[in-house]
Write a protein that binds this ligand. Structure first.
Ligand SMILES: Nc1ncnc2c1ncn2[C@@H]1O[C@H](COP(=O)(O)OP(=O)(O)O)[C@@H](O)[C@H]1O
Ligand SMILES: Nc1ccn([C@@H]2O[C@H](COP(=O)(O)OP(=O)(O)O)[C@@H](O)[C@H]2O)c(=O)n1
Ligand SMILES: [Mg+2]
Length: 208
């Protein structure tokens, strides 16, 4: 059943049976989402699903949506939810794991509402990397992954989209007390120390 060719209804029935546990990982471009997700995977055995990575893989695969996705990424715009949600559903279904870090999604209210309506999945919590823009800009300009959107012109557009469209999603989850905020403008190891506290079960934090 784990293929995109099955009807959407079937995908959701199978996903509902799987009952995946989901953590949304949010933060501005360059705040360190991908870097910290790699650490979380290693220590806490989650599966990392980066919406941006899934979209870039879709472009590479020569999919019929490839050109549209590529143009939107180049402009720093948010790809229609339908496309991104299908990729996330497929990845969750194909995985043997039931714990997922969904990185860079939901990036706007449309992403959030559509994911909730389609999958009926509520995140356990939202990990939010808070980082000043000047630090994010510095990191993105030296990321060196050959990304077409890591140039100053697109970076500015992405920052605007983050402020206008993504911060309201974080506010939505703040109102539900689901946001775990991390100060991200510190060295990678120090940021991870704060992340570990969030993922460590409460009972284990008690000092005997
Ligand atoms: N705490 C940090 N301090 C300095 N550089 C960092 C830190 N976290 C990540 N980086 C670097 O910044 C760039 C962006 O990080 P990345 O994890 O890709 O962020 P995001 O996925 O949020 O865009 C990468 O080159 C990464 O190595
Ligand atoms: N939910 C998402 C996530 C990413 N994207 C697109 O993919 C681009 C790169 O996302 P990313 O998460 O890999 O970027 P970073 O925040 O990691 O730098 C975004 O600027 C959007 O154009 C999207 O359209 N919808
Ligand atoms: Mg990333």
């Amino acid at each position: 059943m784990g293929t995109v060719s099955v009807a959407n209804k079937d995908i959701n029935v199978s996903l509902a049976e799987k009952k995946p546990r989901v953590v949304f990982v949010l933060g501005g471009p360059g705040s360190g989402k991908g870097t910290q997700c790699a650490n979380i995977v290693e220590h806490f055995h989650y599966t990392h699903l980066s919406a941006g990575d899934l979209l870039r893989a879709e472009i590479k695969s020569g999919s019929e949506n490839g050109t549209m996705i590529q143009n939107m990424i180049k402009e720093g715009k948010i790809v229609p939810s339908e496309v991104t949600i299908k990729l996330l559903q497929k990845a969750m279904l194909e995985s043997d794991n039931d714990k997922f870090l969904i990185d860079g999604f939901p990036r706007n209210e449309e992403n959030r509402a559509a994911f909730e309506a389609v999958t009926k999945i509520e995140p356990e919590f939202v990990l939010f990397f808070n980082c000043p823009e000047e630090e994010m800009e510095k990191r993105l300009l030296s990321r060196n992954q050959g990304r077409e959107d890591d140039n100053i012109e697109t970076i500015r557009k992405r920052f605007n989209v983050f402020l206008k469209s993504s911060l309201p999603v974080i506010e939505h989850y703040k109102a539900k007390e689901k946001v775990r905020e991390i100060e991200a403008a510190k060295p990678i190891g120090e940021v991870f120390e704060a992340v570990k506290v969030v993922f460590t079960p409460k009972a284990e934090k008690v000092v005997a």
